[in-house]
Design a protein around this ligand. Sequence first.
Ligand code: NAD
Length: 281
Amino acid sequence: MKLDGKVAVVTGAGQGIGRGIALCLAEEKADVAVIDLNAETARQVAKEIEDTGRRALAIGADAIAKDEVEKSIATVLETFGKIDILVTNVGGHGRTSWNRSSPLFTDQKIEEWDEDYQLVFRSHVLACHAVAPHFIERRYGKIVMISSVAGKLPNPANMTYGTNKNGVVFFTKALSRELAKYNINVNCVCPGIIYTPNWERLAEQHIRFAAQARKKSGAAGPSEVEQMTPREYFEKRMIANVPLGREQTSEDIGRAVVFLVSEDAKNITGQDLNVCGGMAL
Ligand SMILES: NC(=O)c1ccc[n+]([C@@H]2O[C@H](COP(=O)([O-])OP(=O)(O)OC[C@H]3O[C@@H](n4cnc5c(N)ncnc54)[C@H](O)[C@@H]3O)[C@@H](O)[C@H]2O)c1
């Protein structure tokens, strides 16, 4: 097993990609601290990990609140005595972004930019800032941040999200240079399109946008998109955008993370690995 004896922290691990990463790390025999805003789902994932024979710790905490992040890391250190692996996975979209009425920049509220910055970019900075001193002291550590191919493919409908995800790639590279002398690897993974609860909600939003745009244009409806279920809309987007023609899974991302934090990748740092079926080409 690749991660026997290692202790990992995964943020936003109560569902979706974070859960997939936590389970893949546990499969390779790492003990895992599961941090999530939703304490209940964090507990459920921790229980799944314990059922595999590994140690797990569930922490309900907000990844954009500095004090809560620092307290969580202190709790992990108290419980497990060390941290070897940090995976910063929290991202997605802030409240204003979910409630917006159109994808256009001119229709966006500035609050959307502020909230997405906190969630999609600053959450990574806070977690790394809390854990880096421990890694430096031990002259060992692996950091993987979850960015997105959306950070590489400018798309007006995704402007705040993509801009901040692009920032995560840049931050990965800059931090990797500073921490390399302490034997700390810093990389990021850029997922493509994965049908998590986050994507289901996104599909619902895009279907709503299609309805609003059609009504505004005065066209008779409903349009083809309006009649789709979120899953059908996701599949349409996936087929149109993924050269390999298949969706990615949370386990695909988990396995990429396992590789990057394993000894197999000890000489890989500052990289942004696309796991996207060719979407970023
Ligand atoms: N799903 C995709 O297709 C896709 C593609 C590229 C990148 N990503 C990125 O992957 C990551 C995970 O996405 P997902 O689709 O699994 O999302 P998700 O919404 O399904 O799951 C996110 C998890 O993070 C938790 N969370 C949200 N805000 C938090 C906060 N402030 N503090 C602590 N926990 C918080 C949620 O409770 C939830 O359990 C995100 O960074 C996302 O941007 C997703």
